[in-house]
Design a protein around this ligand. Sequence first.
Ligand code: FAD
Ligand code: NAD
Length: 517
Amino acid sequence: MEAPDENVVEAAQEMVAEGAPTFAHGAAPAVGDDGTADTIDPPDGEVFDVIVVGGGPTGENLADRAHAGGLSVAVVEHELVGGECSYWACMPSKALLRPVAAVADARRVDGAKQAVTGELDVAAILARRDEFTSNWKDDGQVDWLAKAGLCLVRGHARLDGERRVVVRTPEGTDRILNARHAVALCTGTQASVPDLPGVAEAKVWTSREATSAKHVPGRLAVIGGGVVAVEMAAAWRALGSEVTLLVRDDRLLTGMEPFAGELVAEKLAEDGVDVRFGESATAVRRQDDGTVDLTLAGGGTLTADEVLFATGRRPATADLGLDSVGLKPGSWLPVDETGLVQGVSGTWLYSAGDVNHRALLTHQGKYQGRIFGGAIADRAFGRELDTAPWGRSVATADVRAVPQVVFSDPEAAAAGLTLKQAQDQGLNVRAVDYDLGQVAGAALYADGYRGRARAVVDLDREVLVGVTFVGPGVAELVHSAAMAVAAEVPLSRLWHVVPAYPTLGEVWLRLLETYRG
Ligand SMILES: Cc1cc2nc3c(=O)[nH]c(=O)nc-3n(C[C@H](O)[C@H](O)[C@H](O)COP(=O)(O)OP(=O)(O)OC[C@H]3O[C@@H](n4cnc5c(N)ncnc54)[C@H](O)[C@@H]3O)c2cc1C
Ligand SMILES: NC(=O)c1ccc[n+]([C@@H]2O[C@H](COP(=O)([O-])OP(=O)(O)OC[C@H]3O[C@@H](n4cnc5c(N)ncnc54)[C@H](O)[C@@H]3O)[C@@H](O)[C@H]2O)c1
C-alpha cells in the first residue's frame, strides 16, 4: 500500500494538473529580471528567488505557495523530505492509535463487542505503522517536490549573512545558495530532554523512538503530561506495555479545558496505566541487564525497560548560522503577522511552523506556509499585502482559532480558546457546558457514552471564542468548532445551523439551548 501523505496530496494533484516544470538548479525564471523586484548581485553560488530551509510540512507548503505565486524556490533538507510529522510524529503515532480506537469503539457497543474475541495484532499494527511512514523513505515526497516545480537541495543549511545560505551536502562539500527575495526557516523542533544525571548515557526514548519502535517494551515509564505523553502512554499500554506515567503537574493536557485532562486520566487509569501526578524523575541509570532505573523526586526508584521523555520541544536552530544575521543560535524565531523574523532588518527573513513557536501543530505550520508563502510572492512582485485581521497576508487563526485533536481515549478536540485563556485576555465570556452522553447520537455511538462539551461565548459580540469536546469519536467534530470560531458565526445564525439527527453533532444544538436557557 502506498501510504497517503496528508501534507502533499492536495498540492501535488494541483501541481501535476498544471504540469509545473522542474527547475534546474539556479536556472529558474527570475522575478528580478523584470526589473521590479528587489535584487542582489550574488558574489558566487546559485540563485533562487526563495530558499526554504526545512522540507517538513511547513516548508513544503510555503515553497509550493511561493512557487505558485511565480517564484523559483529551492528547498533544503538534511534528513527526510516530509519532516518530523511524516516519519516520527503525527503519522506513525496516529497509525499506532487508530487500531486501538477502532477496537475500543467496537467494545463499547453491545452486539458488536461480542464479535471482538481476540487481542490486538501487534505485528500487524507495527507493520501498518511502517507503511504509513513509507518505511522511513521519502521517495514519494521527493517526487512531489519535483512535480511541484521545486528544487530539492540535500544537505544541512546554515545562514551566512543576508539572503545567503551555505549547504553542507551529504558528500561533504559546500553549496552556496543566494536568495533574491526571501529565506524561509522552517526547521521545526527536536525533543527537549531535561539534563538529568545519567540521561545522556541511558539511551532514553524521545518521541522518535516512541513512534518508530519495532518491539513492545515490557515496562515503559513515560515522563510528561502533554499530548505526546498521553498519546504514547495510551498506544503502548494498548500494545501490551505496563505503563507508568510520571506527571509533574497535577493534571494532564494543561493547554486544554481541565475536564479534558480529567476524563483522559480517568480512562488511562482504567486501562491499566499507573498515572502519578506531582511526580518526576531526578536521575536515570541504564543497568547492565538493559533495564532503566529512575530516581523519583518523591522518593524511591522506578524500574522500566524503556523510559520516554515526552517533555516538550526545542527549536532546531542551534546550528543554523543565526549568529550571522544577529540572532541567537538555539532560539525560537518569533515572527510578525506576515512571517518576518523579528529582530532582523529588511523583508527577507521568514520563519514558519514549529520553529516560530506560534502553534506547534502540522496544520498550523501548513497554514502559515500558505499565508507566508503568498506574502513572500506578493512582496516580491510589489503587491500590497492585506494585513488586517483575517486578511490574506496574516496568519490570524494562529492566535484566534487553532484546532487540535488529542487522539487519546476519550478523544479531546478543541478549537480556539479555553475559558481561562479567554478570561486572561480580558474577554467578557461565559462557559456553557453539556454532558455529551445526553445526546442521542452519542448514546447510539457507544453504550454508557462518557463525554463533555464546552462552548466559550464572548458575551459582548455573541460569538464563540472557543469550543471543546471530549469523548469517543469527537475528533471529527473539531472542524465544525474551528469554523464557528474562525468565522465568528453569530449565535443567532448558529441557531439556524441544524445538526443532523441522531449524530454527535447534535451537541451543538444542546449547547445553544443551554446558553439561551
Ligand atoms: C509524537 C508527535 C506526534 C504529533 N502528532 C501531531 C498530530 O497528530 N497533529 C498535529 O497537527 N501535529 C502533531 N505533532 C506536531 C507536528 O509533528 C509538528 O507540528 C510538525 O511536524 C511541524 O512541522 P514543521 O515543518 O514546522 O517542522 P518539522 O516537521 O520538524 O520539519 C522540519 C524539517 O526541517 C529539516 N531541517 C531542520 N534543520 C535543517 C537544516 N539546518 N538544514 C536542512 N534541513 C533542516 C528537518 O530535517 C525537518 O525535515 C506531533 C508531534 C510529535 C512529536
Ligand atoms: N495530536 C496532536 O495534535 C499532537 C500530538 C503530539 C504532539 N503534538 C504537539 O507537539 C508538541 C510537543 O508535545 P509534548 O507533549 O512533547 O510537549 P508539551 O509541551 O505539550 O508537554 C510537555 C510536558 O512535559 C512536562 N515537562 C516538561 N519538562 C519536564 C521536566 N523536566 N520534568 C518533568 N516533566 C516535564 C510538562 O509539564 C508537560 O506536561 C505540542 O505542542 C503538541 O501540541 C500534537
